[in-house]
Design a protein around this ligand. Structure first.
Ligand SMILES: [Zn+2]
Length: 94
């Protein structure tokens, strides 16, 4: 059964979420800078796509199965928008 949460808790959650998003945006922008400097075209495209997803409020979900991506994964690879299993990181067979 869904719990009714107090507006204050919701506000706190919302604030935490925005703080995480701005942290990840900063990471993305730093990476974008570095990738442009290295002329890493593919990475630039991935980072730009991730920033665009952020603009549309889609950032942080897998582009294939729509699962929420864990925050530690986003911190490590902020431009990667597929979950570990869709990325084949727990590879069975391709
Ligand atoms: Zn997935």
């Amino acid at each position: 059964m869904a719990e009714i949460r107090s507006p204050r808790l919701l506000m706190e959650e919302c604030r935490r979420y925005s703080a995480q998003m701005s942290e990840l945006r900063t990471l993305l922008e730093e990476r974008l800078h570095a990738a442009v400097g290295e002329a890493a075209t593919i990475e630039v495209a991935e980072i730009e796509a991730a920033l665009e997803r952020m603009e549309r409020g889609l950032y942080g979900t897998c582009t294939r199965c729509e699962a929420f991506l864990p925050l530690d994964r986003l911190r490590r690879m902020p431009h990667v928008q597929v979950c570990a299993s869709c990325a084949g990181e727990t590879r069975l067979s391709a």
